[in-house]
Design a protein around this ligand. Structure first.
Ligand SMILES: Nc1ncnc2c1ncn2[C@@H]1O[C@H](COP(=O)(O)OP(=O)(O)O)[C@@H](O)[C@H]1O
Ligand code: SF4
Ligand SMILES: [Mg+2]
Length: 328
């Protein structure tokens, strides 16, 4: 069995907002193994970025309440000091975002910014610059040397995302968290960036948490899938198993919407709309008001995690007798 790198245990995150606490993430249990791509899929507002930021200790600070554990290589990151966390960020765990411009400095050439990250390792400038060019080639940057000497605004969105990936690679993190890295890109570039992400897994043995609202996208890259709804992981498992045998009524709905490629773009169906917000932790299934199979019980009880086979987990009363309760 491959080595577990990251494990989230009963992770819950509430934001203090006007009128109470918004339950953005509720009782999430997930793990990512070395060299594996876990796709976290869900509609906008279902808590994906909140989870990513909590792992990196990058939540806004001030209005959130976090409970549960974030275990990276056996250590609960929530017990780390700020300094320890700074050392882990970038070096052990890297993150790329939807908009690379937010992470790039507009007044420095992109290659210089990647070089800075490399120089921290104590190698000389010439070696560092050559490594920058190697990395640009690794991420298949067209005209690597020209782009390394360009400013961020001179590059396209796809090229900027390549710079961010090169910067991440320079530190060779064990875990890469990619939060909607292709959402702002057009389909052709999106496919290229996903190929690069897949290559990373192979070449560098990096574990990747790929966050996306595009369900169609994940089939081609992920090993495992976690489907989220309203702050909860409602189904989790091997990519083939989930696509072959989806169990949760919500996952099934997503599947039904899937095979259609829109003619105009060739883009696979994404999930529409926003999920409802939950201001309290009233026991219920959060999908109850949209579920065609809901019974009275679904509005008064919290469905637990049922392991139906291997690692395939579903949170739904319909399947509780088909497997055993998860032992998290
Ligand atoms: N800083 C914040 N303060 C209050 N509510 C927030 C904050 N950040 C996110 N939220 C809310 O938390 C929920 C989850 O948001 P987010 O994690 O960004 O979802 P996703 O990345 O899946 O779109 C949403 O309802 C969002 O409005
Ligand atoms: S627990 Fe009930 S409401 Fe929730 S998905 Fe299952 S059947 Fe539907
Ligand atoms: Mg997000």
């Amino acid at each position: 069995m491959s080595e577990e790198l990251l494990r989230l245990e009963h992770l819950s995150i509430d934001y203090k907002v006007k009128g109470g606490y918004l339950s953005a993430v509720n009782d999430v249990n997930l793990s990512v193994n070395r060299g594996e791509i876990l796709a976290v899929v869900g509609e906008s507002g279902c808590g994906k970025s909140t989870i990513a930021h909590s792992i990196m200790n990058l939540l806004p600070g001030g209005n959130e309440v976090v409970t549960g554990k974030i275990i990276f290589k056996g250590k609960d990151l929530r017990t780390c000091t700020r300094r320890e966390m700074e050392a882990i960020r970038g070096k052990d765990i890297g993150m790329i975002f939807q908009n690379p411009l937010d992470s790039l400095n507009p007044v420095y050439k992109t290659g210089k910014q990647v070089e800075e990250a490399i120089l921290l390792d104590g190698i000389d400038r010439l070696q560092a610059w050559n490594k920058v060019l190697d990395l640009y080639r690794d991420v298949k940057m067209p005209d690597a040397e020209v782009r390394a000497n360009s400013f961020p605004h001179e590059l396209s969105g796809g090229m900027r995302q390549r710079v961010m990936i090169a910067m991440m690679l320079s530190r060779n993190p064990e875990l890469l968290i990619a939060d909607e890295p292709t959402t702002a890109l057009d389909v052709t570039i999106e496919a290229q960036i996903l190929e690069i992400i897949k290559d990373l897994k192979k070449t560098y043995d990096t574990a990747i948490m790929l966050i996306t609202h595009n369900f169609g996208l994940v089939a081609e890259v992920a090993d495992k899938i976690a489907v989220m709804y309203a702050g909860e992981v409602i189904e989790y498992g091997d990519v083939f198993e989930i696509f072959e045998k989806p169990l949760h009524p919500y996952t099934k709905l997503l599947m039904q919407a899937l095979p259609r490629r829109t003619k105009k773009e060739g883009r696979l169906q994404t999930i529409d709309g926003n999920v409802p917000k939950f201001m309290d932790k009233k026991p219920c299934c959060r999908f109850a008001n949209r579920c065609p199979f809901a019974t009275e019980r679904c509005s008064v009880e919290f469905p637990g995690e049922t392991i139906v086979s291997g690692e395939h987990m579903v949170r739904c009363f319909l399947h509780e007798t088909e497997g055993k309760e998860a032992a998290v």
